[in-house]
Design a protein around this ligand. Structure first.
Ligand code: ADP
Length: 168
């Protein structure tokens, strides 16, 4: 289990994995943060494919091709906006990780990288978000031998140190 989980610090668009996860918004039509970076790196064909999908509710996931990325696929998931934790945010964040992993499995994806969903402009507390992310991925890996590697790709120092102190 341990060697199937990895923490790195860097730009998720540069990773050579089967799929990267995008922390998108419900329109799937691009935005700031990691979403903007992924659309810029993948090119305009990604937006064209996203326009054929009728958005995505919070907690769910949708898959597209990766176009100019090294990653063959992008899995778009929509994290919850943190509103004092009173609106099912923890459950919805768990759903993001879980549904992305299920979709990856259905598409025979063996290596994936997650950004720290909802911890940017959506303001989910970073430590709590990391606990949910790590717990959910571990639960998935326990019953899924085909998933070879799950990378937590942290962009900011604070997230990196939270993940690194938890899983190394
Ligand atoms: P959200 O709306 O889900 O909060 P953001 O994109 O604002 O999404 O932030 C989610 C996380 O993605 C933040 O921790 C932010 O530091 C990180 N991030 C921003 N750009 C990148 C990138 N190029 N690669 C990986 N992570 C990134």
């Amino acid at each position: 289990m341990k060697n199937r989980l990895e923490t790195i610090q860097g730009d998720i668009t540069k990773l050579n994995v089967d799929a990267i996860i995008n922390a998108a918004n419900t329109t799937l039509l691009g935005g700031g943060g990691v979403d903007g970076a992924i659309h810029r790196a993948a090119g305009s064909e990604l937006l064209a494919e996203c326009k054929t999908i009728d958005g995505c509710p919070t907690g769910e996931a949708r898959i597209t091709k990766g176009y100019n990325l090294s990653a063959k696929y992008v899995i778009h998931t929509v994290g919850p906006i943190w509103r004092e934790g009173k609106n099912n945010e923890e459950e919805l964040l768990r759903d993001c990780y879980w549904n992305s992993l299920i979709l990856a499995g259905e598409n025979n994806i063996g290596t994936i990288a997650f950004p720290n969903i909802s911890t940017g402009v959506y303001h989910f507390p970073k430590k709590l978000a990391a606990e949910i992310a790590i717990r959910t991925v571990r639960e998935f890996l326990k019953n899924n031998d085909k998933m070879e590697k799950v990378i937590f790709c942290c962009f900011d120092e604070e997230n990196f140190s939270i993940y690194y102190s938890s899983i190394g």
